[in-house]
Design a protein around this ligand. Structure first.
Ligand SMILES: [Zn+2]
Ligand SMILES: [Zn+2]
Length: 260
């Protein structure tokens, strides 16, 4: 039986990492995200990796909270293949080395100020290591099934979040598992009836209503829904809304494993 283990973005936003283990023992990591924000979260990036070698890492999109742990895994020789869309690959070639550069800068700063208990403080990974990892990414087109492991397929579908972003339709052991990744506002057009003078920010994230609309496109209610990538109050609110529709909704804890 296949199982799913929530290694990150469980009861928190960042560190998206979900380990899918097939009945025959193949291991596919969906997203390899960096924990970001509070120190307690960032420290989790340094925890030893205890989930073994990965037959494949499949990325939903290029944001660092979904990809920024890949260089660390690659540097340890844990990754056989890394797959994503063509757009994600192109963006990751820019973003991952930049993330490595920031890690190096942080280590340099810690050494200069002497605030790390490690001497010398080391970067989580370097820009060079990140570039090596980024070059390993295989880019695929949308809507075409890709054989990821023996008997396991993934299809990338447009998620409308950022360039290259996808939700994943995974078929394994007779099961169909959708990983939403981050959903955007695909298909929504907003007429602008003003001159745009300055735009300092724009959320590329769908709100819960847009999430509901996306879920409503399912031809039949899913057997189970797992809510991740949110702070506990937001997760709980969405869990209550979906449960009220009669759906079986779970909000996994970090490290929790479920049988599919
Ligand atoms: Zn994102
Ligand atoms: Zn995200």
């Amino acid at each position: 039986m296949a199982s799913l283990t929530f290694l990150g973005a469980a009861q928190t936003v960042t560190g998206s990492r979900h380990l899918l283990t097939t009945a025959s023992g193949n291991r596919v990591l969906i997203d390899a995200g960096l924990f970001q924000g509070r120190k307690e979260l960032r420290l989790r990036n340094w925890a030893p990796w205890t989930s073994g070698k990965l037959d494949a890492v499949v990325l939903t999109h290029a944001h660092i909270d979904h990809t920024g742990f890949l260089p660390r895994l690659c540097a340890q020789g844990l990754v056989r293949r890394a797959l994503c869309t063509e757009g994600t690959r192109d963006l990751a070639w820019l973003l991952l080395p930049d993330s490595g550069h920031l890690q190096e800068e942080e280590a340099r700063y810690a050494n200069r100020r002497g605030y790390s208990k490690h001497r010398p403080a080391l970067p989580l990974y370097t820009a060079a290591a990140a570039e090596t990892a980024a070059r390993r990414l295989e880019g695929f087109r949308y809507d075409v099934p890709v054989e990821v492991v023996d008997g396991g397929q993934v299809t990338f579908h447009q998620a409308g979040h950022i360039l290259g972003s996808a939700f994943l339709d995974v078929r394994v052991d007779g099961k169909r598992i959708l990983f939403s990744g981050d959903l955007g506002r695909y298909g929504t057009s907003v007429p602008v009836r003003a001159k745009v003078v300055q735009m300092t920010g724009f959320s590329a994230h769908a709100d819960w209503m847009e999430e509901d609309r996306w879920l409503a496109r399912a031809p039949s209610p899913p057997d189970r829904v797992f809510l991740v990538h949110g702070e506990p109050p937001a997760i709980e609110a969405q869990r209550a809304r979906l449960s009220a529709k009669g759906w079986r909704v779970e909000a996994p804890q970090p490290g929790q494993e479920v049988q599919l």
